[in-house]
Design a protein around this ligand. Sequence first.
Ligand SMILES: NC(=O)c1ccc[n+]([C@@H]2O[C@H](COP(=O)([O-])OP(=O)(O)OC[C@H]3O[C@@H](n4cnc5c(N)ncnc54)[C@H](OP(=O)(O)O)[C@@H]3O)[C@@H](O)[C@H]2O)c1
Length: 439
Amino acid sequence: MRAPRCVSLRLSPRTFILSRGHNGVVIGTISTPTLTAHRCRALSSWGAPPDDAPRHESSPDDTIYILGVGRLGQLVAHALAQSKPQLPVALLFHRRERVDEFKAAGHAIECTTPPPHPTTDKQTGFRFENLQPPPLEDPFIKPWKTQRDRPLPAPPKVPRNLDPIKYLVVATKAVDLQHALGLGPIRDRLNHDSTILFLPHGMGITDLVSTHDFPDPKLRPTYWAAICSASVYSTAPFSIVHAKRGPLTVGRVMTPDDDAGRHAQENNHLIRQLLQAKALETTVVSADELKEAQLLNLVVEAVVSSLTAIHRCSDGELLDDPSRLTTITKLLEEVGPIVRALLPTSLDDRRRRKFSDAGLMDLVRAAASSTAKNTSPLLRELREGERPDIDAVCGYLVKQGRIHGLPTTLIRLVYKMICGEWFGNIPRGIPGLKPKLPM
Ligand SMILES: NC(=O)c1ccc[n+]([C@@H]2O[C@H](COP(=O)([O-])OP(=O)(O)OC[C@H]3O[C@@H](n4cnc5c(N)ncnc54)[C@H](OP(=O)(O)O)[C@@H]3O)[C@@H](O)[C@H]2O)c1
């Protein structure tokens, strides 16, 4: 195959390579020592605003990719761009409509912070990719033959971006990954040298990705995960409000086959950039501290979010009603032993006490009263007919309960009530949307 020609042009204070071949237009920095014809081709599905220099000064290897460019993904992308204008940040879209919305928004992400210190800031210069394969021109005509059996010319080859992904932030919901069965179209661009930071709430996502995408531990990327205490909502496409500030607590996720030599990766480029992005308030904790925080968060999600979704009430209203308090106690009698079975062995007695029945009840009460007037995202999802993001919470607890031989009757009931409510709202007969409870 003929390699596309590469021509060096001076566009701005920065120098770029621009290649115009049958694969499209490519813009990239010439500072890349290994820029080859192959790379020129591979880059051709990148998008970049024509009037806006992309963040390209560092090596493409330093590019931070964001999968799941929703509310939280936009906050992370915006914060990274704001903190370091030359940092390459690439947005990975899975639907063409989102690409169109991004273009209509001027290839920009606008982030507003509310009073008492209102600010509005717009960041541009993001790369973007559309991961959705193009549709066949006419789905009713077999692509390789006409109705008279005469061969048609081969459909145009759509160049697939094969650039390796070294740093990936996953900001989809957990249920999106479950539905897509892992990382899908970008899986082959990740390898043992890659770092993936998982932001979806809940637990068990890394197990899913390992099973579906990286069954061989030798080829598995390094996993990090985070608990995000910030709150972000969207007012228009690519316009977000950073409503509540709160830390992004990140730590390594240790898997059973993890190779000890990779533990000392705290100096990782992705984590460094997150630490420098002030708006994210990132703190790095140890793998055990992360797991402890994830388990505490899991309890709050399983109890407070689930019950507010079932009772259709605000967080505070859970505590006002004695019968709801009894349900909380009963649910904690099941959830408690499961999370205790998952605690890291290194945890000292003081930290273990947080996971006693009394400690977990205090946690739930404190969480529900601190957000007393709020309704949970889970309730919002049910109200708006979105698929509830519950598998990585109640589904995970049921699975772990089974593994450890612990009772899960009530958690299963909560799980089925929430899923049932969502399935109940779906018109019958839509293929692929049959209720399929994993337990
Ligand atoms: N928002 C917050 O304040 C906040 C705070 C803390 C933690 N979190 C957690 O962060 C996660 C994301 O929350 P969010 O509020 O940002 O949700 P969101 O706004 O719904 O964003 C999820 C994004 O993922 C995209 N997506 C879905 N499937 C995908 C796939 N297979 N490949 C690529 N992209 C895909 C969705 O695109 P389409 O819409 O086009 O399908 C959507 O843009 C959740 O687990 C949430 O609990 C959120």
